[in-house]
Write a protein of this length. Sequence first.
Lengths: 45, 314
Amino acid sequence: MTAMPHSDEHKRRKARNIALAVVLFALVALFYFITIAKMTGVHPS
Amino acid sequence: MSDASFISERNEAGNAGLDAAYAKQGEARPADYLALLKPRVMSLVVFTGLVGLVLAPGHLHPTLAITALLCIAIGAGASGAINMWYDADIDAVMARTQGRPIPQGLVTPDEALGFGCVLSVASVIVMGLAVNWVAAAILALTIGFYVFIYTMWLKRRTPQNIVIGGAAGAFPPMIGWAAVTGDLSLLPILLFAIIFMWTPPHFWALALYRSDDYARAGVPMLPVVAGERETRRQIMIYSLLLVPLTLSPWFLGLVGPLYGVGAAVLGAFFLVLAFRIWRGTGDRAAKHMFAYSILYLFLLFALLLAEHGLGLGA
């Protein structure tokens, strides 16, 4: 069975989905590091 | 031409162009969403915010400092996206802005509005929870000022649009400072004033050689409403006010001589360009001024950063 060639729309949608995944993982990492910093670091009172 | 003829009318030619463009809906790439955030404007905003953050007395955990800068960047970008939603009709008829994602039909206005609103709210909440609520409040003020005061109220009504609206671009050093200290003092207010006073000559230089574009879009920029001659005079006046203002942090002993001497030299060249615009005709001097004004602001703030890094500050 041969795979259907991806249309331009599919490629764009895939690029959007990958970008969204990257942003979500970056947010998870950011919130993790913010939590660590707030627990251990110095910040204005 | 009176100001009244411009007041708050949607640009019909622009709306017609947008209707045709929406045929291409759903073709947005990640880069198109990034373009909604006006990344070039964002870079200068982040840089001035960084300078405020670095100059502020005290210490902020590096992760929280990066978070603060990220929030400034996202908040500024989000207000740019909302601006593109509101101004889609005039963007469609201006040569400078026709390539933006909404006039191109790559992103719908509703998507841009939703994108901008979500990022605006998120940037303020993250700033408040992770850094402090003073910085978050100034960030919210910045976004609100740009969207409601500049974009929706002033831009289509008065040639003073970029004079008053310029405050929106001037807040980032105050946000950076407040992120560290949780309050404000004289230096970040002076940095605000410098950017505020820099904005009119910067944008009027652009408007001088883009006045046809602004006139077609119905935006009452100073050259369109008051004419080129008055605009050239106003650029000279604002430049004469700007340069002493850039020296004031040095005179007041808030920064060191490296910044003071550098600002004097950079300011002298700014005045030369302003004088060439005032006394000259044609677009060349205005184009030079527009390009130099960006470099000027960047170098002024880079001097502050360098002086602080070298331990030469006051």
